[in-house]
Design a protein around this ligand. Sequence first.
Ligand code: 5GP
Length: 200
Amino acid sequence: MSEQTEKELIKNDILGKVLFSSSDIKDRISELGKEITQDYKYKNLLLVSILRGGVIFLSDLIKEIDLPLSIDFMSISAYGINGTSTGVVRITKDLDESIEGKDVLIAEDIIDTGLTISYLLRNLKSRFPNSLEICTLLDRDIRRIADINIKYIGFKIGEKYIVGYGLDYKQKFRNLQSIYELKLDTVKKDIEFLKSSSNV
Ligand code: 5GP
């Protein structure tokens, strides 16, 4: 989306303040890419992205990793109650390849309660990868319920619901270049609805 359109959405009270600009995101992803390049030398690296939100992050991240690697995708539906995910997850599209013996790195857009990723970790662990780690662009650790270990974190964030750079509101706003707070007063009712029946 153009900067001009993003400015209009702010003017119309739909988007709040910019949390991370596209250049903040670019710089941080470049650092993450360097760390991953260092850590995964001589490994059999497979990056897994969870559709749909994680795709934009994955596509920028892999360009910053200076190693041979492969990518694969999963799609899931997560069910929630009163704005909190329950960890009840259905796989709607599974990986295309076996992960046995591979060094799997899940590239996630955001980890909130951690219940969704915790289900995925259990599921993927049972497929005998050589290693299994998480790289998340955003970490809302103040709402964490599941006990998970995240190897790479882009940014830590607070409570506010955010959109952009892959993150949606009712499947919209994924194509914003920066990450914004969504104006709760404009769309609060809809967010409660969205969170309680979220399609991740
Ligand atoms: P968890 O199981 O960690 O609570 O849920 C993580 C999922 O909830 C994310 O993959 C994302 O789809 C959704 N989510 C949590 N917080 C936000 C947010 O602030 N904005 C958006 N757009 N999605 C969110």
